[in-house]
Design a protein. Structure first.
Length: 290
């Protein structure tokens, strides 16, 4: 009969436990302070916000008064941006509508806010978000309940297109547009669309979790920085297209930022690299700066 002492079982169990812990430690290391890249977060400034407090001022208790306040606020903000970007001769807001003069069109493009006294919390509205002067690309943001949408207008050609995305970025050769999923709960999903012969961007759809390999890379990188113990700074993500002569294909960095405490002014960055293979045309996600 085989006899196994309690001491032998205890030693075996301890050895197994230590081996398991060691394996876990080797397989899943955590970042040291030297690994973190800290960035001071900038607070977005609304050019008109200091003049109006539409939702908290007693003068705007009625629906019509509130709408007039919002119209004035958005008109001041959008026209301030238009002037700042040097396109006030082409882009202007008047109360609840943005008018855009573009090439190849007799009449301007018009984007009108929707408002209803019966749906005060669901009224979508437009606002100017960004302007790429070198390529004459104007980005307009539309905010609505539990979501948002962006519209890109090419002032030089008159072409425009809506995207159910946020934080859009156009590749240097304008072949691709990349953005984050705009639906609530899917803020980390990245979409990459390719320009077609028609001029519209469509066709290729990429999500962070689109493959088991991507999911593994994404989760392990977040775990490395222990991002689950921090707070993601919503809408602070950035896209950076990379001109890498050694890499045969398209490449971009996708950066997200996390604060240890909500009141902190600095956040640490977590970076993923998206690369497209010239031979297969497929996009892949990799950890860090590759």
């Amino acid at each position: 009969m085989l006899k196994i002492s309690v001491r032998s079982m205890s030693k075996a169990f301890t050895a197994t436990l230590l081996s398991t812990i060691t394996s876990i430690a080797i397989a899943a290391p955590f970042a040291t302070m030297d690994d973190y890249d800290w960035v001071v977060m900038k607070t977005p400034l609304d050019p008109a916000s200091y003049k109006y407090n539409c939702h908290n001022d007693y003068n705007y208790e009625t629906y019509d008064a509130l709408q007039n306040c919002l119209y004035n606020l958005r008109e001041d903000a959008d026209n301030a941006f238009s002037k700042q970007w040097g396109i006030s001769d082409k882009v202007v807001r008047e109360r609840n509508a943005i008018y855009i003069k573009v090439a190849n069109r007799k009449n301007p493009l018009v984007f009108v806010d929707y408002s209803s006294p019966y749906e005060e919390d669901f009224n979508p509205y437009y606002s100017l978000q960004d302007y790429d002067k070198s390529r004459k690309l104007l980005t307009i943001h539309q905010s609505f309940y539990e979501g948002e949408r962006l519209t890109v207008v090419n002032l030089a050609t008159g072409f425009w297109q809506d995207f159910s995305l946020r934080k859009l970025s156009v590749s240097p050769d304008m072949r691709y547009i990349v953005g984050f999923e705009s639906e609530m709960g899917a803020t980390e999903h990245v979409n990459i669309l390719e320009r077609q012969d028609s001029g519209y961007y469509e066709g290729y759809y990429k999500q962070v979790y689109s493959s088991s390999e991507d999911s593994k890379n994404y989760d392990s990188h977040k775990n490395f920085y222990q991002a689950d113990k921090a707070q993601q700074v919503y809408d602070s993500e950035t896209f950076t297209w990379v001109d890498d002569t050694e890499f045969n294909g398209d490449k971009l960095y996708v950066d997200s930022f996390y604060k240890l405490n909500e009141a902190d002014s600095a956040a640490f960055r977590i970076r993923y690299t998206f690369v497209r293979d010239d031979k297969t045309g497929a996009w892949q996600m990799r950890k860090g700066s590759v």
